[in-house]
Design a protein around this ligand. Structure first.
Ligand code: NAD
Length: 479
């Protein structure tokens, strides 16, 4: 049988040291894998490649399909694209899985937790679709898709089922964002019906984050949108003891990437003091993904035993919990010496299954009955009085469409607004038939033409639709 082949990148800062330590442990475990190394990060960026990776390296990544990556440094200043975000999107790595554990009483932490955060990795505000629209207002578009929600929610439930987890908690802000976060929550409820044996609950993200910071032990698996997942996973890692301890996987249909959650820590680079544990954890997740269960078991248990024996790198060293302060490579050697041993107080791990999670392919639903019922026309206007704008716009109508509402930053300011409401130069002018009756799209063009002919600067429009007779846009007051 031929060996499995992976791609590695040593990255920047502490990247090469922690990768060398991790590879040494992999080799000592006896696992048979072949390795191709690619260059990514700062040197590639500074050589003039704004994406931080060459096309030859993409070919290797695509061929090998499994990527173990050290952190990289993104140079300061505009023009450099985040390689992490690009890799996740280009390879379709839709699920970011971050186990967050504490190792008390061996590593100082005020908490006790064993939770896994499953973060949607491709959509949300991280689509990075941003525009400046007026002198005073910029926007970032939050795109949430049904396939995106279905894939990540299904992944979370399958992960819980396969790993013997009891509960999957959903976190959103759908009390405010009823369309976008509302879709995520709806899909969670729908797919949850297929997993009756798994407990399910939903938290609004703000109080949910507060609870993670306060009582993380109350959570098991958490599934959430991209931005919230990014934030809560860093909170969880930090309160667990050190950002240097946790690894993560980024999983797609054909590809997978494994890494430490921390960055390249340039200020401690080259000193043999970085904790290699995050990348070791990433490598263990990779072995499980590759089906190399025995090696994953050996390394993970030896690593736990090393922590338990008080052999600690500087970031987690303290006189009360630690016995010996070691450097990066000495820590790796200590793990190697313990291959075959298990921790006696910390819970040993036992990987007894192939962890590849295969989720059902997305099946597109039949298209709903879609009716165009109006338009939000966004105007740049430098006046300050909403009533003045209302008076100027009201006479501009078409056969069916009339101005029904003006809002500024989502607050209704006409008709019957408060004169105290602060207004910018960015106005949303809602045109409807009054009863949300269907209209043709050419009527919207006529309306825009009239507005422009009357001297208004239209900066963008959003069509207002009903889907299957249901209003599918937010109402006036952020409702
Ligand atoms: P960082 O995670 O590199 O460092 C934060 C703090 O944690 C620092 O005090 C650092 O010394 C410490 N630290 C991090 N990893 C450690 C380890 N293994 N052992 C001991 N201490 C450790 O975050 P930052 O300073 O915000 O970012 C530095 C660079 O890393 C930036 O260029 C950033 O863009 C990049 N970054 C890369 C990734 C990635 O490649 N996945 C992720 C985050 C940040």
């Amino acid at each position: 049988m031929t060996n499995k082949r992976i791609t590695i990148a040593k990255g920047d800062g502490i990247g090469p040291e922690i990768m060398d330590a991790t590879l040494k442990i992999l080799k000592a475990s006896g696992v048979q894998i072949d390795i191709d190394e690619i260059a990514i990060g700062e040197k590639v960026y500074l050589s003039g490649n704004t994406s931080g990776i060459s096309s030859d390296s993409w070919d290797i990544l695509k061929r090998n399909k499994v990527f173990l990556k050290s952190p990289i440094t993104t140079p300061q200043g505009g023009g450099y694209k985040s390689l992490n975000v690009t890799t996740r999107k280009m390879l379709g790595l839709y699920a970011n899985v971050r186990p967050c554990n504490t190792y008390t009483p061996f590593v100082e932490s005020k908490h006790k937790m064993d939770l896994v955060i499953i973060r949607e990795n491709e959509e949300d505000l991280y689509a990075g679709i941003e525009h400046q629209q007026t002198d005073e207002v910029v926007q970032c578009i939050k795109l949430i898709s049904r396939p995106g929600c279905e894939k990540i929610v299904r992944y979370a439930f399958e992960y819980a089922r396969q790993n013997g987890r009891k509960r999957v908690t959903c976190m959103t802000k759908d009390n405010i964002m009823k369309q976008t976060d509302g879709l995520f929550h709806t899909v969670y409820n729908e797919i949850g019906l297929e997993y009756p044996e798994i407990e399910q609950d939903h938290w609004i993200i703000d109080i949910g984050s507060a609870k993670i910071a306060d009582t993380p032990e109350m959570f098991d698996v958490i599934v959430t949108l991209n931005l919230y997942g990014d934030i809560i996973s860093d909170i969880a890692a930090q309160i667990a003891g050190s950002v240097g301890l946790a690894g993560s996987s980024n999983i797609g249909e054909g590809f997978a990437m494994f890494e430490a959650i921390h960055g390249s820590a340039p200020t401690i680079a080259g000193q043999n003091i970085a904790n290699p544990s995050g990348l070791i954890q990433g490598a263990v997740m990779m072995l499980v993904h590759l089906g190399e269960i025995k090696a994953a078991d050996l390394i993970h248990n030896a690593w736990l035993k090393t922590l338990e024996d008080g052999i600690h790198t500087g970031d987690i060293f303290d006189a009360k919990h630690s016995k010996q302060k070691v450097g990066t490579i000495e820590f790796a050697n200590a793990v190697i010496e313990r291959l075959g041993q298990k921790p006696s107080i910390l819970k040993p791990v036992h990987y007894d299954h192939d962890s590849q999670i295969n989720i059902k392919p997305y099946i597109r639903k039949e298209a709903a009955k879609k009716e165009l019922v109006g338009s939000d026309i966004f105007i740049c206007w430098r006046g300050l009085d909403a009533n003045d704008l209302g008076e100027k716009l009201s006479p501009i109508t078409t056969k069916n469409l009339k101005l029904s509402m003006i809002s500024n930053r989502g607050i209704k300011v006409w008709p019957n607004g408060f004169k105290e409401t602060f207004c910018t130069d960015h106005w949303r002018c809602r045109y409807t038939t009054g009863e949300n009756l269907s209209i043709s799209s050419s009527e919207l063009i006529d309306l825009q033409k009239s507005l422009i002919e009357n001297g208004f600067e239209v900066i963008k429009t959003e069509n207002l639709y009903k889907f299957d007779g249901k209003i599918a846009f937010s109402l006036g007051q952020g409702q």
